[in-house]
Design a protein around this ligand. Sequence first.
Ligand SMILES: Cc1cc2nc3c(=O)[nH]c(=O)nc-3n(C[C@H](O)[C@H](O)[C@H](O)COP(=O)(O)O)c2cc1C
Length: 437
Amino acid sequence: MMDPQKGLTGLRDLIAQTRAAGRLVEVDAPADPVLEIAHIVHRHDGRPVLFSDVTGYPGWQVVAGVASAREYFAMALGVPVEEMIHRLAAALENPVPPPVVGDAPCQEVVEPDVDLTRLPILRHFPFDGGPYVTAGIVVLNDPDYGRNVSFHRLLRLDGRRFAARVVERRGTDTALRKSAGDLPVAICIGNSLPVLLAASMSPPMGVDELAIANALAPTPVVPCKTVPLHVPADCELVLEGRLTHATAPEGPFVDLTETVDFVRPGPVVEIDCITHRRNPIYQALLPGGLEHKLLMGMPKEPSIFAAVNQVCRCVNVAITPGGASWLHAVVQIEKRGPDDGRAAIEAAFRGHGSLKHVVVVDTDVNPYDPAEVEWAIATRFQADRDLVVLTDQPGSSLDPSGTHRPGKKARTAKMGLDATIPWGADRAAFEKVRYAE
Ligand SMILES: Cc1cc2nc3c(=O)[nH]c(=O)nc-3n(C[C@H](O)[C@H](O)[C@H](O)COP(=O)(O)O)c2cc1C
């Protein structure tokens, strides 16, 4: 465990770990935040990429891809990959309030004036609505539930304002609807993986995501300079300001499903103060890339795991890349009763509201291997016995095939496949022969 006073390195620590492991791609040639950097990151998707010469932004480095493979999360949490779901589930169960420190690296420099055009915010695609912050987490206080932390993509409008994408009825939207005036916010960029993981979790209202992060790894916080909020002390950059009730067109932008999300009105964020570390590293995140997928999907695995374990014995959960790491999951159970498969399907949909399709498999089927999962469907599943279809369910705004009405929650059909060996059947007839090692 790192000493919060001495070792406040977070993202920088992980960069050093991936360099030592020979995974870090280092780009010393000049690279432009307008399209070029996104293209280079895409070419290396699955590896962290550090740019040390950012065209037009002297003194800034840019990093992306630090969350683009399960192994980097395992590095950051100090556990093997297959252990991570248990660490995440434990942190979700037992959050630990973060210690408050007096001064912090993220405030080594307090900018005299606010000019967002002096930050290396990437343009990812020529058709985007503009430069977008994609790895920014928004810290705010809900008057009833306390601190909430979540990701919001931010379209830079000018030197002081963004338009934010705020999905309806989640923490940020709920807090803004309650607030008569502007809502104080702090946007943190350049965070540790535990902080990024926690920010993409949807714990019950009132559970502080920074306490979940602190349960995963030491995450001290520091008071902001101009708003009544605390932020991770070791993040790279903090934009302090207000989420307003004014709106501006947000989009077009590529989202998780690698399809272009449509333009809609987004709340305007006004920035009043910028602080950052010396020699700051701006964190970018490729929209629709592996990092986006893992950060969206992985934090949902422990909540599905917890929900399924309430109805039967769940061993593991994989949110699969083929389902854009959001819409599809494979749930592995130790079957102990005839209805466990169906119960696991229904529980999985409770554990992750945006889940669209789920396959339940036995312990001898690797949930991370799509070929093994398909084999289980081919040899253990009958559509007229083991299929669950739910119509007109709340769905994901990210699924273009769903029913989308402005300002309303999307609607979808959901499907579950119980691909476990039928209860009471002769198991030997269903098990795959294995050649002796
Ligand atoms: C990389 C990434 C980008 C995201 N972008 C957005 C976004 O632009 N708008 C949004 O409302 N949610 C976005 N999310 C999802 C929320 O951050 C996530 O659902 C969060 O858990 C909501 O938390 P809450 O329920 O506590 O408010 C994103 C998540 C990730 C991992």
